[in-house]
Ligand binder design. Structure first.
Ligand SMILES: NC(=O)C1=CN([C@@H]2O[C@H](COP(=O)(O)OP(=O)(O)OC[C@H]3O[C@@H](n4cnc5c(N)ncnc54)[C@H](OP(=O)(O)O)[C@@H]3O)[C@@H](O)[C@H]2O)C=CC1
Ligand SMILES: CC(C)CCC[C@@H](C)[C@H]1CC[C@H]2[C@@H]3C(=O)C=C4C[C@@H](O)CC[C@]4(C)[C@H]3CC[C@]12C
Length: 261
């Protein structure tokens, strides 16, 4: 399979790349730090990747986000899976009125995801491919100190759950997997939570990466890791109301009059 992994220079993204490499995938990895990406791809090749390339740059730049997808498509001759995982470094703090910094976080954590998705859809249609979106329990329920991060994660749920329904209505066979994660033991998360959150043991990033890949490969709509957090995202009222709202739509009319780009 031909896969793009974003935010793959460290943390969960790096582990996703290594697992895919062991499975013999073609890989394109991206993040800002070129030196780390070089190490990741050389490790991927050792582990058995069919091919491994890196494209360095910042997802703050939406032109770059689009180019990663087109370049990767050329490098690999198509695309089977897009794994959207990167995030801007998180500052746990009270909202201080700085709207510009929220906009920056939304560009990196949300708009770059949409940009890459839009660029990848034509290739994924050809391969009946998959989009995997790495989100968080903080995109399903709220906690203080991460208003910007949480806003972006809730936005991803809104956008991708809606897109999932649209693809279904238009009979487009592209799967979307939303991954809801609890606290994972990446260096950055452990560091930024130290002295702030106590009595929660983080789950291992290696196992987390496997669950994310499994969810994508099995074309599941949503996965939760660790599985103990399933309960916190269980929202039967939402599920039932979404079902009944859809029944009120005139699907025949809509599918006749709308083109899915
Ligand atoms: N760890 C946790 O506890 C949890 C994590 N998650 C989710 O899992 C995913 C991965 O998290 P985790 O592995 O901890 O994150 P890390 O902080 O370990 O890694 C983040 C990655 O994103 C890259 N990145 C940062 N800024 C940019 C940018 N401006 N442009 C492009 N790439 C950038 C980093 O590389 P570089 O700096 O080189 O650009 C790095 O590769 C995220 O979506 C996160 O929301 C969800 C719940 C809990
Ligand atoms: C439902 C409960 C069993 C557990 C709740 C645990 C709460 C406190 C956990 C679960 C997910 C966690 C955040 C997260 O999603 C990702 C990151 C990125 C990292 O770089 C910095 C830390 C941060 C913001 C985590 C902050 C703490 C959160 C909200």
């Amino acid at each position: 399979k031909r896969v793009i992994v974003t935010g793959a220079s460290t943390g969960i993204g790096e582990q996703i790349a290594y697992h895919l490499a062991r499975m013999g995938a073609h890989l394109v990895v991206t993040a800002r730090t070129e030196a780390k990406l070089k190490k990741v791809i050389s490790e991927c090749l050792k582990l058995g990747a069919a091919s491994a390339h890196f494209i360095p740059g910042t997802m703050e730049d939406l032109v770059f986000a689009e180019q990663v997808v087109t370049k990767a498509g050329k490098l690999m001759g198509g695309l089977d899976m897009l794994i959207l995982n990167h995030i801007a470094p998180v500052n746990l703090r009270f909202f201080n009125g700085d709207v510009a910094s929220i906009r920056k976080v939304m560009d990196i954590n949300f708009f770059s995801y949409i940009t890459m998705t839009s660029a990848a859809l034509p290739m994924l249609k050809v391969t009946n491919g998959s989009i995997v979106v790495v989100s968080s329990i903080a995109g399903k329920l709220i906690t203080p100190l991460i208003a910007d991060y949480s806003a972006a994660k809730f936005a991803l749920d809104g956008f991708y759950s809606s897109l999932q329904k649209e693809l279904q209505l238009m009979n487009v066979n592209i799967s979307i997997t939303l991954c809801i994660l609890g606290f994972i033991n990446t260096d950055s998360a452990v560091k930024s939570l130290s002295g702030i959150v106590e009595n929660i043991t983080p789950s291992p990033k290696e196992e987390c990466a496997v669950e994310i890949i499994k969810g994508g490969a099995l074309r599941q709509k949503v996965i939760a890791y660790p599985s103990s957090i399933y309960i916190s995202m269980w929202n039967p009222i939402r599920t039932i109301q979404e079902y009944f709202i859809l029944l009120t739509y005139n699907i025949d009319n809509i599918t006749r009059n709308q083109q899915f780009s």
